[in-house]
Design a protein around this ligand. Structure first.
Ligand SMILES: Cc1cc2nc3c(=O)[nH]c(=O)nc-3n(C[C@H](O)[C@H](O)[C@H](O)COP(=O)(O)OP(=O)(O)OC[C@H]3O[C@@H](n4cnc5c(N)ncnc54)[C@H](O)[C@@H]3O)c2cc1C
Length: 286
C-alpha cells in the first residue's frame, strides 16, 4: 500500500513529554525515543501497529504535510486523565539524491528528532494489524528485528511478559542495529529486555557487527545460522510464529539465510509459503 492511500482524515494532537537520544554517543546514527501524550481519549493503538505523523511541508511546493509511519515502541499507557501515552523510536534519516549524488535530510525523521519537550504534533492512525499473542500458550515466537525494527518487539515482549496474556511459550529474539539502538534496550540502565534474561523461555541473540567500526554491516546470517538446526526444527512445529521487522532489505537477507538453513532455496520457499498461509509469518517491513 502506498503512503498516499492511507486514510489520514482523523487527526489527533499529541504533546512531546520527553525526547532523548538512545543510540550510544559514539554511534554516528542518531536514534531518539519520543514519549508522546495524545490529548484525546478515543485514540487507541495496539502493539504491532503504527501511528502516522504529519510533518509540516513546504506549502510553496504544494506539499503541506508529509505523512510517515512509526511503530509503537512500547505498550501504550492509559493515563489517569484518559490520555494515551505512547513511545516511538525514530532514526534520523537522510537520503542520497540519485541524480546529484547529494545527501538530503529525511523530512519526517528530522522533524521528529528536532522536536523538544512540550512541542505538539499531529498524529493519525492507527495502521496495520496488532501483533497477536498466539492462542497456543506454549507457542514458539521467533522475533527478527533489524535496526529500528527492534522497537515493535520491545513493545511485544513487554506485552507478552508484563501483560495479562497467559503466554508461557518460548521467545527467540534476533536483533541487531548499526546505530547501537539494540544496545540501549539491552544495557543495564534501560534494561527492558535484560529483565527477562532470568526467564528460561526468553533468549535474545544479538547479530553483531565488529565494533568499534560502526559502519560494519550487521551479521544476520551468522546469528541465525548459529542456531540453524534449532530454528529449522522449530519452523517445522505447528505452533511456531515468526515476526520480522525492519527495512525491506531484511526480506532478501532472510530468504538467503533460511535457504541455507533449510538446505536449499526451494525447500525454504515451500516452508515459508506454509508459514504465510497459516498466518505464522508476520512482517512489518518498510
Ligand atoms: C509500517 C512502518 C513502520 C515504521 N516504523 C518506523 C520506526 O519505528 N522508526 C523509524 O525510525 N522509522 C520507521 N519507519 C520509517 C519511517 O516511516 C520513515 O520512512 C523514515 O523515518 C524516513 O522518513 P523521512 O521523511 O525522514 O525520510 P524521507 O525524506 O522519506 O527519506 C527516506 C530515506 O530514509 C531511509 N529510511 C527510512 N526508514 C529508515 C530507517 N528506519 N532506518 C534507516 N533508513 C531509513 C529510506 O530508505 C530513504 O533513503 C516505518 C515505516 C513503516 C512503513
Amino acid at each position: 500500500m502506498r503512503l498516499q492511500d492511507y486514510d489520514t482524515q482523523t487527526q489527533f494532537q499529541a504533546k512531546v513529554v520527553a525526547t532523548k537520544r538512545i543510540s550510544p554517543a559514539e554511534s554516528p546514527d542518531e536514534v531518539r525515543e519520543l514519549v508522546l501524550d495524545v490529548d484525546r481519549g478515543d485514540f487507541v493503538i495496539e502493539v504491532g501497529q503504527s501511528l502516522g505523523v504529519l510533518a509540516p511541508g513546504q506549502s510553496e511546493f504544494g506539499q503541506e504535510k508529509h505523512f510517515r509511519l512509526y511503530s509503537v515502541a512500547d505498550v501504550p499507557e492509559r493515563l489517569d486523565g484518559g490520555q494515551l501515552r505512547l513511545r516511538v523510536c525514530v532514526k534520523r534519516c537522510s537520503y542520497i539524491d540519485a541524480y546529484s549524488g547529494e545527501e538530503y535530510p529525511g523530512i519526517a525523521s528530522n522533524y521528529l528528532c528536532d522536536l523538544r519537550e512540550s512541542d505538539t504534533l499531529i498524529l493519525t492512525g492507527p495502521y496495520g494489524l496488532a501483533f497477536e499473542v498466539p492462542a497456543e500458550p506454549k507457542a514458539n515466537l521467533i522475533l527478527i528485528g533489524m535496526g529500528t525494527g527492534i522497537a515493535p518487539f520491545r513493545a511485544f515482549v513487554n506485552h507478552l511478559y508484563r501483560g495479562d496474556t497467559g503466554f508461557q511459550g518460548r521467545v527467540f529474539l534476533f536483533h541487531g542495529a548499526r546505530s547501537g539502538l539494540d544496545l540501549l534496550y539491552m544495557n543495564e540502565e534501560s534494561d527492558d529486555f535484560a529483565q527477562y534474561y532470568d526467564n528460561s523461555t526468553f533468549q535474545a541473540i544479538r547479530a553483531l557487527s565488529s565494533r568499534p567500526s560502526w559502519s560494519q554491516r550487521i551479521d544476520w546470517a551468522a546469528a541465525l545460522e548459529s542456531r540453524g538446526e534449532e530454528l529449522w526444527n522449530m519452523l517445522g512445529e505447528s505452533d511456531t510464529y515468526v515476526y520480522v521487522a525492519g527495512l525491506e532489505i531484511i526480506r532478501d537477507e532472510l530468504d538467503k539465510v533460511f535457504g541455507k538453513i533449510a538446505g536449499s532455496p526451494e525447500k525454504w520457499a515451500r516452508r515459508k509459503a506454509e508459514l504465510e498461509a497459516g498466518r505464522r509469518w508476520i512482517e512489518l517491513v518498510y
